[in-house]
Write a protein that binds this ligand. Sequence first.
Ligand SMILES: NC(=O)C1=CN([C@@H]2O[C@H](COP(=O)(O)OP(=O)(O)OC[C@H]3O[C@@H](n4cnc5c(N)ncnc54)[C@H](O)[C@@H]3O)[C@@H](O)[C@H]2O)C=CC1
Ligand SMILES: O=C(O)[C@H]1O[C@H](OP(=O)(O)OP(=O)(O)OC[C@H]2O[C@@H](n3ccc(=O)[nH]c3=O)[C@H](O)[C@@H]2O)[C@H](O)[C@@H](O)[C@@H]1O
Length: 430
Amino acid sequence: MEISIIGSGYVGTTIAACFAEVGHDVVNVDIDEDIVTSLNDGEAPIHEPGLDELVEKHAGDRLRATTDYDAILETDATFLALPTPSEDDGHIDLSIMEAGARSVGRTLADKEGYHVVVTKSTVVPTTTEEVIAPILEEESGLELGSDFDVGMNPEFLREGSAVADFLDPDKVVLGSQTDRAATVLRDVFDPLVEQADSPPVIETGVREAEMIKYANNAFLASKISLANDLANICKEYDIDSEEVLDAVGLDSRIGSAFLGAGVGWGGSCFPKDVAAIVAAARDVGYEAKMLEAAVEVNDRQPVRMLDILRDHVDPSGARVAVLGLAFKPGTDDVRNSRAIPLIDALLDAGADVVGYDPVATENMRDHFPDIDYADSAAEALADADAALVVTDWDEFAALDDEFDAMTDAVVVDGRRIVSRRDGIVYESLV
Ligand SMILES: NC(=O)C1=CN([C@@H]2O[C@H](COP(=O)(O)OP(=O)(O)OC[C@H]3O[C@@H](n4cnc5c(N)ncnc54)[C@H](O)[C@@H]3O)[C@@H](O)[C@H]2O)C=CC1
Ligand SMILES: O=C(O)[C@H]1O[C@H](OP(=O)(O)OP(=O)(O)OC[C@H]2O[C@@H](n3ccc(=O)[nH]c3=O)[C@H](O)[C@@H]2O)[C@H](O)[C@@H](O)[C@@H]1O
């Protein structure tokens, strides 16, 4: 099939390369010339394991990129993989999606034959039918339901394992309003489903597909917050939370994934998506209490971490090493990293902060240009009065003698990865 994808970021590039891998002809449309050039040169514009190889293999053949929206005219279906950030009050900001839909609509005015426009981005329920579809109709002059249809195909990949997640999904969700659109979506995904050992395919409505994505992310974020709430109780009783959560996770109704207690969830999606569905629910008259509590628990974890630090060290004037700046290991992404509220609070308290991360230092420099950055964990720890472990990078689990170079070896571990031993004042957050 001929597929066009609007937006070549984490999702757009990954799905383009993977669709090419399963046999489709794919064109990526992006407004960023550098991204387009990079893709056409066979280089992935983002770092994801396995992506470089796929882009190199298919670029110039089944995969190409352009800034010209006219490319979608030669395709059967267009996927919108554009950002859906948060407004200050948590509501979804649809301005980029609306601009993309306008450009697609204007282009489709010249389309001969049927076309399906599929929302890949995470959008609150009814967005595709009530925002995207009317823009497409207005700009193209075409009729929804006869000349073209809309669909919704939520994405569940994770940063750091995007290619593997997309090619071997737990499920595929195809939302459509008409049989004709459902058939096109099925044709797009059939080759992938076949090679992925037939994961469940959920054929559903458009707004149901939109809601499944939020329910998925809200559930995972809440599961972590619940683990954190329980782990905080364990801490007060001096009970080992890891033992408790490991045992709880063995119940097949619960499962051990995303029960990792610690300093909480960050990243480009959980925080914005939970905020967006809470705000959307409020707009339709529902107060999503559980999800609000999940956010509250998450916001409190960094505060608890500093309270524990204060039990041992007065942060004012103290040199504090922050180990881990990325929102999770395996990425240089610092968006909504838990290190951000921690560093903010440390600076407010008058601490002298030194940050270290194996790969995310340069990105964090944009947020905090004035703190010190070390080239290694050992350098960050040297002469520090305390260390906060924020990201669960494997290399932090291997630290040992490096703690001896600290002025006071006070270690507050937000991810439970450092080994306790004599000579370290070790405190786990949970
Ligand atoms: N990053 C992730 O791991 C996941 C993201 N999602 C969702 O997918 C959507 C896209 O997210 P990302 O890929 O992370 O975004 P991103 O920010 O990495 O990439 C977006 C791309 O769109 C391009 N763009 C912006 N305006 C454009 C326009 N008018 N026309 C053409 N291109 C334009 C940008 O230049 C950029 O390359 C969001 O709704 C996100 O919530 C869903 C699952 C996983
Ligand atoms: O919608 C999205 O964009 C994506 O959001 C998450 O993926 P991602 O943000 O890449 O990262 P995760 O691996 O889910 O981690 C998110 C945060 O939760 C934290 N986490 C994760 C697991 C855990 O047990 N404990 C925990 O604190 C991580 O440290 C990290 O800060 C979801 O896992 C994906 O399914 C989804 O597609």
